[in-house]
Design a protein around this ligand. Sequence first.
Ligand SMILES: [Zn+2]
Ligand SMILES: [Zn+2]
Length: 156
Amino acid sequence: MKCYNHTKNDAVATCADCQKWLCHECASFYQEPVCAPCNQKRINYERQNIFKDFWIMLVLGIGLTYLWVSMFSERLSHGIDVMFVIVYFYIFFSVYNWWKFLNKITPEMFLFMSIIGWIIYFAIKFCLSLFVWVFVTPIVIYQKVKRLIELNKIKT
Ligand SMILES: [Zn+2]
Ligand SMILES: [Zn+2]
């Protein structure tokens, strides 16, 4: 078999995504043996996912803050001040990351434990996450922005 890019070169691998034949040069171009169009697809897909996450965070942040403020504003003696809105926006903006973070630190093996064991475990993780969730959002945003910049730098 010959490489799909270089008809003179013998193929040594196939693209991990579309199974096209690749020569040694083409197969070692990226970390994994993938062809250029598939690599571009992967980059686009990852970029879309990052933007999707930002949109979910924004929609949750704005939507839940709006709901919260409109539900409780009448009962607040001091009315709505800007700090109040910013704090709640940050909390709701973080909910999605918080939830993802909780999923990450809850190994799947606990799904097979007894219900009580699972509840205790989850309660401990939940309490722990109460202390760290404030820091999770800036870290997640930093990582996502860094990754976006990396993706833009990759030559295709
Ligand atoms: Zn491919
Ligand atoms: Zn090649």
